[in-house]
Design a binder for this molecule. Sequence first.
Ligand SMILES: Nc1nc2c(ncn2[C@@H]2O[C@H](COP(=O)(O)OP(=O)(O)OP(=O)(O)O)[C@@H](O)[C@H]2O)c(=O)[nH]1
Ligand SMILES: [Mg+2]
Length: 319
Amino acid sequence: MNHRSGFVAIIGKPNVGKSTLINALLGQKIAAVSPRPQTTRRRQLGILTRPEAQIAFVDTPGLHTPRHKLGEYFNQEAEAALEGVSVILFMVDANAEPDDEDRRIASLLKKLPPVLRSGGAARRRAPDLVLALNKIDLIPASAWEARRSAYQALVPNAPLAAISATRHDGIADLLQMLVSRLPVRPPEFPEDQVTDLYEREIVADLIREAALVYLREEVPHALAVRVDEFTERGGSTTLTPGAYIAATLFVEHDSQKGIVIGEGGGMLKKIGSAARKEIEAMSGRKVFLQLRVKVAKDWRDDEAALRRFGYKIKTRRKK
Ligand SMILES: Nc1nc2c(ncn2[C@@H]2O[C@H](COP(=O)(O)OP(=O)(O)OP(=O)(O)O)[C@@H](O)[C@H]2O)c(=O)[nH]1
Ligand SMILES: [Mg+2]
């Protein structure tokens, strides 16, 4: 049997739809998605198992020019995700013209193969590059040809897939393009494994996603979520069975704390109720969710705080 398996890293600017595509491909939500850039903060696998192939998609934080240590961490995570992959799927938002960030990523990707081949991995084939133009549902037909050539010009030799991750358009063709580029190999992961994150890490992301959806510009990126308690309860006659989850939302300043809590606690309630629904859908059981808000001053520039919030940041070597 010619079973294929391998890793496909999805790389692109923030907000182009990388996590949406992974959820669409897996047919279930494992990755947080929001209208705000920088929703994804760490590498995450989405593992798709079919009879003929297993693809481990590597979701990555959108590559961008960093302004904080947290931003540097995103980029580290995204670049580290390229190691050992068979295919790099470069995703762009086809509804917008290519900009400097797209060009920067394209030139980084074109330079990659020799980098990946060095460092003792000489046996490994350089990854194939595939270009995915996402959000085609938003482009007027008259703009399509010009847009397509503008993006193709960034990576002239890469085969191109036109997709809409939200509408599932073009997804089957894309999948075929990816599978055909994987090595013939048995599956690497158990067939029922869909991701490599712990459930509580996904829960933290889903809570942050709910907050990103409701909060305005200033707060979202200043937000971190930590799950403090995650216990199964019930099953007895007195309690409904389900999971009890307590989590803390950290912000950088007192003013942001007020915004997240909202008048009479209204905002936190809205966030909690949206998050609870997502977590219940993801985990298939009833969830009791308790949220609180705390200030951790300027945590995005504080390496110790980043580590406390679960970002496994590398210490930079002194020159
Ligand atoms: N109209 C339309 N919207 C889309 C499509 N794909 C994704 N979106 C929307 O684009 C926004 C960003 O999607 P994400 O999947 O969070 O994007 P991302 O690339 O993972 O973003 P980061 O994690 O911040 O790097 C969300 O509001 C999605 O609903 C699409 O095909 N069409
Ligand atoms: Mg994402």
